[in-house]
Design a protein around this ligand. Structure first.
Ligand code: F6P
Length: 564
């Protein structure tokens, strides 16, 4: 049983919070004008520009002055962010409600750090590298064709079955690096909606398909159900093709050759019928949404190879080192997190857009939604006491430029300001010149134009000067002062992607510490899971139906009346 930890400080009662409140009121009174702030301070951009190994950050178009930054850093210190960061990096049990260490940073530590981190009594880095070596060896066998399906054919396709943290990270990275695919093509099945698996196995040859069942607990309804459907599909189609007979031995051989698992629960893996030899473990100290760089990323090694995965881990690790070693004043991770707190808790902006100008990052916002919202969408603090201020920003987004033609209208002129992170890369994986135009430059022109428009807007006089009729002038004005951060990388590759993910992991962490919440549990997903188990029988069972509330009953009656 976890023991109750000491209460976090009430961040809203600190001098730093009070000073920020006063500063906020003062700014409101003076009026916020990015235009004026830029004009008054020629060093504004350089003061708010930061670099990590692969990424360049421009924070200058945020609604902050030198004073704001100083006060936000005071708040960060008052919250004890540095101390808790060091506790996390040391593998302490900072996941209080589950009494678990939080040591995903150990997943990317290099092999020469073996022996340095004893977590829960074991040498964590040694354990990590043992599994990595096993994954690399397995992936090499599959990629080279040495590993064969039950009929002796090379594996050409991989289906990775998982959900939440056991899906979003692998699929996001798989899509992000697709320009360099060098192994089997991967498909990802997550939804328990049978439409998902039905579409994903369409056109696949079972003789050349490998299934990876990814589940930290190996109890998740969606994943286990999908894994069972995949097992049925594989055996049934192999039988129909005459590739295997009905014997139990042949079925077991087919499963052994076509199913592997990733889990912390190797007993349940064996119960499912997957040979533990073909299972890749991880540990309770890896949260699901922080697990893509564990064995959960196995599909990525199959698709891209060992070197790419090592580069990804190196990118994560470089960002970890940066986060731990860079003084707060220069630490872009801490600054971005604290600016988010500034908007969330003082301006009371509720949502935060993440807008990658790179089509390969089309699943990045979905990935971030689990990372940030499952981590920080909480109403109680790590000792069970209620939170003392708003928590959990709502993250959302789509790749630019598609978003420009959908929801940017609201970001530019709506009544609900949306702070936004714009992400782009200097070099494109597909450098194309069309009719003399470098298309990537056309794309980047949009990336640059949007943050400029949002920051500096367009005045009524500027609109009038274009000959606009007076009554239409207001509709064509842009207030400006809509905050953005620009993240510009040199190119989207495994290393820069590792940095980008670790950036958001640590931003999420800092925000959680300031709010005093346990960012590593997710009790909020439990009730719905329990109720689904109780309600499902009511779809066909009258006794179970009678036990439902009036609204659920009415919905089920609609279902029964219309089911074909
Ligand atoms: O939705 C809750 C959750 O527990 C996530 O935190 C997790 O990533 C996902 O389900 C999948 O869990 P598992 O890997 O155990 O199947």
């Amino acid at each position: 049983m976890p023991t109750k930890p000491a209460a976090p400080i009430d961040i809203t009662a600190t001098d730093a919070w009070k000073a920020l409140s006063a500063h906020y009121a003062e700014l409101q009174e003076q009026g916020i004008s990015l235009k004026d702030w830029f004009a008054a301070d020629p060093d504004r951009v350089s003061k708010l520009t930061f670099s990590t190994a692969d990424l360049h950050f421009d924070l200058s178009k945020n609604l902050v002055t030198d004073k704001t930054v100083g006060l936000l850093l005071d708040l960060c210190r008052a919250a004890g962010v540095e101390e808790r960061r060091d506790a996390m990096f040391a593998g302490e049990h900072i996941n209080t409600t589950e009494d678990r260490a939080v040591f995903h940073t150990g997943l990317r530590r290099p092999a020469d750090e073996k022996g340095k981190f004893i977590v829960d009594g074991a040498d964590a880095v040694a354990d990590v590298h043992e599994v990595l070596d096993k994954m690399y060896a397995f992936a090499e066998r599959v990629r080279s064709g040495e590993w064969k399906g039950v009929t002796g054919k090379k594996i050409e396709n991989v289906v990775s079955i998982g959900i939440g943290g056991s899906d979003l990270g692998p699929v996001m990275i798989y899509e992000a690096l697709k320009a360099n695919l060098s192994g089997p093509a991967c498909r990802f099945v997550s939804n328990i909606d049978p439409n998902d698996i039905a579409e994903k196995v369409k056109g696949l040859d079972p003789e050349t398909t490998l299934m990876i069942v990814v589940s930290k607990t190996f109890t998740t309804l969606e994943t286990i159900t999908n894994a069972k459907m995949a097992r049925w599909w594989l055996l049934d189609s192999l039988r129909k093709a005459g590739a295997i007979d009905d014997s139990a031995d042949k079925e077991a051989e087919a499963i052994a050759k076509h199913f592997v698992a990733v889990s912390t629960n190797l007993e349940l893996v064996a119960d499912f019928g997957i040979d533990p030899v073909n299972a890749f473990g991880f540990w309770s100290w890896v949260g699901g949404r922080y697990s893509v760089d564990s064995a959960v990323g196995l599909a990525l090694i199959l698709a891209y190879g060992k070197e790419t995965f090592q580069e990804l881990l190196a990118g994560f690790h470089d960002m970890d080192v940066y986060f731990q070693d860079t003084p707060l004043e220069q630490n872009v991770i801490a600054l971005m997190a604290m600016i988010n707190i500034w908007y969330n808790n003082f301006f009371e902006y509720e949502t935060h857009a993440v807008l990658p100008y790179n089509q390969y990052l089309h699943r990045f916002a979905a990935y971030l939604q689990q990372l940030t919202m499952e981590s920080n969408g909480k109403s109680v603090r790590w000792d069970g006491s209620p939170v003392t201020c708003g928590t959990g920003e709502i993250f959302w987004g789509e790749p630019g430029t598609n978003g420009q033609h959908a929801f940017y209208q609201l970001i530019h002129q709506g009544t609900k300001p949306v702070p936004a992170d714009f992400i782009a890369f200097v070099n494109s994986a597909n450098p194309i010149t069309c009719e003399g135009q470098d298309v990537h430059e056309l794309f980047l022109g949009n990336f640059l134009a949007q943050t400029k428009a949002l920051a500096f807007g367009k005045t009524a006089d500027e609109v009038r000067a274009e000959g606009t009729p007076e009554w239409i002038v207001p509709a064509r004005c842009f207030t400006g002062n809509r905050p953005t951060t620009s993240i510009f990388g040199t190119e989207l590759n495994a290393h820069s992607l590792g940095e980008l993910i670790a950036l958001y992991e640590h931003i999420t962490f800092v925000e959680g510490v300031v709010w005093g919440i346990d960012s590593f549990d997710q009790w909020g997903v439990e009730l719905g899971k329990q109720l689904a188990k109780q309600i499902t029988p009511a779809l066909h069972d009258d006794e179970a139906l009678a036990a439902q509330d009036a609204s659920t009953k009415a919905l089920i009656e609609f279902y029964r009346a219309n089911r074909k």
